[in-house]
Design a protein around this ligand. Structure first.
Ligand code: C2O
Ligand code: CU
Length: 475
C-alpha cells in the first residue's frame, strides 16, 4: 500500500517528475517523511540523459605476471594485463559498452561499484546475470546517470579475485568538466605477500574471517610502493582516491596542503570541506581538490593514519618545473544534498543486525539478521523490500566487535547518526564504515527498480555470508 494520504502520493510524484506539489495548501502540515522526500527533489537525476554516443572498451580477465611491487614479477589476475586495470573514462551522457572476456580458471562477473544502472548490468551472479564461465564473453552496456569516480571488480569469489588484482577505475566526467590542471587517480591496495614475495595463496583463512578480513603487508598506490605525483607550482589537481583493499581501511592525511574534499563515492558534496580524517573503507572513493602554490624542494610525503600510532606511507608529491597560473574556478562541490534534519524523526523502517557465528563452509559465518547468504547460486529471499520514490530510515546494529563497511548497490544514502548522535554529512555515500558495536542510521530514497545487493565490503566477511538483497519495487 502507498502511504495513506494523497499528499504523500503527490510528493512521490513530485520527487519523480521534479515539479512542485501543492501539498501544504491542504491544511495538514507535512509529516517528517513528506518533508524529507520534498527535500530530496533534484538531489540527483532520476533518469540517464543519453547523448547517443557509445564508447566501446574490451576487457579481458586473465592470469598474468606483472613487474608490480618494487618491480619484481608478481603473479596476479588482471584486466588487460594491468593492475590496476585499465582506466575507463567517459563523459556523462555517453554509453559505456564493455566487451568482457573471461580467461580466468573460474567463473566471474563485473560489478560497476557505485554506478546507478539497469539492474541487469549490475554483475551480481545468478541474481542479475549468469556468471561468465571461463572462455565466455559478456557485454555490459549502460548509460550512467551520475558523473563521478566509480570502479569495477568481480562479484564472484571476490575475496580471491579482487585480491589477485582484478579491479579498475571508471571515471564518468561531468558534462562540462571543471578545468583542473590535471586529473589524477590513486588506487590504494593492500597486499598480503608470503616469503617468496608472491600472493599468500590461501584465501578466506580462519584468521581473516575472525578479524577485519585480509590485511596485507604491502600497501601500494597504483600498484607501486613508490608512487610519485609530479606537479608544477601553481597547478590545481583533482585527485581521485579509491580503496580497493579487501579489508584495510585507510585515512589519508592531507594536512598542511591546500586540499578540499569535493566528492565522496563519486558524488559531489554540498560544499567543499577539509579532507583529513575521512575513513576510506574498502569500496569508498574520495575526490580531493589540491592547489600547489608554494615552491617546495622536498617531496611532500602523504601518509594514511587510520591507526594514529602506525601511519603508513602512501605516495609522494614532488613540485618541480616552471610555475603556472592556478586555474581559477569555483569548486564543483555544490550539489543539492538534503540535510534531512527530520530524518531521525521518521520511524526506522528496518534495523539490520550484523554478527558472526561458528559454522558454514568456511568455519565462521557472518550474518545479517541471523542469516548467512547461502551462496549466489541459491534462490534468495530479499532481506528487505523497499518501494521506489519513498523515504526510508534504516539502521545497522553491529553486534560484533569487527568493522563492517556496508555497501549498497544501485542507490546512494546519507549517514544520519552514529550511536544515536546526529552526523550531518554533506554528501551521499554508497559505502559506510560501521565500527565494532556501533549503531549507524542512514536515510535513502531508492530511485532504481531492481534487486540490489547489500553487503559488507570486507570481502572475506561478504564471502562468509554478510550479503543480502534489497528489492526495490516500482512505486
Ligand atoms: Cu564493490 Cu557488491 O561491491
Ligand atoms: Cu564486515
Amino acid at each position: 500500500m502507498l502511504p495513506s494520504s494523497g499528499c504523500a502520493r503527490a510528493l512521490v510524484a513530485a520527487a519523480f517528475l521534479l515539479f512542485h506539489s501543492s501539498c501544504q495548501s491542504g491544511g495538514t502540515p507535512p509529516t517528517p517523511r513528506e518533508r524529507a522526500l520534498r527535500e530530496f527533489e533534484g538531489a540527483y537525476p532520476l533518469e540517464a540523459r543519453s547523448l547517443g554516443t557509445v564508447r566501446t572498451f574490451d576487457l579481458v580477465a586473465e592470469p598474468t605476471e606483472v613487474p608490480l611491487i618494487d618491480g619484481h614479477a608478481l603473479r596476479v589476475w588482471a584486466y588487460n594485463g594491468q593492475v590496476p586495470g585499465p582506466r575507463l573514462r567517459i563523459r556523462l551522457g555517453e554509453t559505456l559498452r564493455v566487451r568482457f572476456t573471461n580467461r580466468l580458471p573460474q567463473e566471474t562477473t563485473i560489478h560497476w561499484h557505485g554506478v546507478r544502472l539497469p539492474n541487469a548490468m549490475d554483475g551480481v551472479p545468478h541474481a542479475t546475470q549468469p556468471p561468465v564461465q571461463p572462455g565466455e564473453t559478456f557485454v555490459y552496456e549502460f548509460t550512467p546517470k551520475d558523473a563521478g569516480t566509480f570502479w569495477f571488480h568481480p562479484h564472484v569469489r571476490s575475496s580471491e579475485q579482487v585480491e589477485r588484482g582484478l579491479y579498475g577505475v571508471l571515471i564518468v566526467e561531468d558534462a562540462k568538466p571543471p578545468p583542473y590542471s590535471r586529473d589524477v587517480v590513486w588506487v590504494i591496495d593492500d597486499w598480503l605477500l608470503d616469503e617468496t614475495r608472491q600472493l599468500f595463496p590461501r584465501f578466506n583463512t580462519r584468521h581473516d574471517l575472525a578479524h577485519d578480513g585480509r590485511w596485507g603487508n604491502v600497501i601500494t598506490v597504483n600498484g607501486r610502493t613508490d608512487e610519485v605525483l609530479r606537479v608544477r607550482p601553481g597547478e590545481r589537481v583533482r585527485l581521485r582516491l579509491l580503496n580497493a583493499s579487501n579489508g584495510r581501511v585507510v585515512t589519508p592525511d592531507f594536512s598542511g596542503l591546500q586540499a578540499k574534499l569535493i566528492a565522496v563515492d563519486g558524488m559531489y558534496l554540498r560544499a567543499p570541506i577539509e579532507p583529513s580524517g575521512f575513513e576510506l573503507a574498502p569500496g569508498n572513493r574520495v575526490d580531493i581538490d589540491l592547489t600547489f602554490n608554494q615552491l617546495s624542494a622536498a617531496p611532500l610525503r602523504i601518509f594514511e593514519r587510520f591507526f594514529a600510532r602506525q601511519p603508513n606511507h602512501l605516495a609522494d608529491i614532488v613540485l618541480e618545473g616552471e610555475p603556472v597560473d592556478t586555474p581559477d574556478f569555483g569548486s564543483p562541490a555544490r550539489a543539492r544534498v538534503p540535510v534531512w534534519r527530520e530524518g531521525l524523526e521518521v520511524p526506522e523502517h528496518h534495523a539490520f543486525r550484523l554478527n558472526a557465528r561458528g559454522g558454514g563452509p568456511l568455519g565462521i559465518e557472518w550474518t545479517i539478521d541471523g542469516k548467512a547468504f547461502a551462496g549466489h547460486s541459491h534462490a534468495h529471499e530479499p532481506g528487505l523490500t523497499l518501494r521506489q520514490g519513498q523515504f526510508y530510515r534504516l539502521r545497522y546494529v553491529n553486534e560484533s566487535a569487527r568493522l563492517h563497511p556496508i555497501h549498497l548497490h544501485g542507490m546512494f544514502f546519507r549517514l544520519l547518526a552514529r550511536n544515536g548522535v546526529p552526523v550531518e554529512e554533506s554528501f551521499f555515500r554508497d559505502t559506510v564504515l560501521v565500527h565494532g558495536r556501533e549503531e549507524v542510521d542512514i536515510a535513502l530514497v531508492p530511485t532504481d527498480v531492481g534487486s540490489w545487493m547489500m553487503h559488507c565490503h570486507i570481502l572475506e566477511h561478504a564471502e562468509a555470508g554478510m550479503m543480502t538483497m534489497i528489492d526495490v519495487e516500482k512505486e
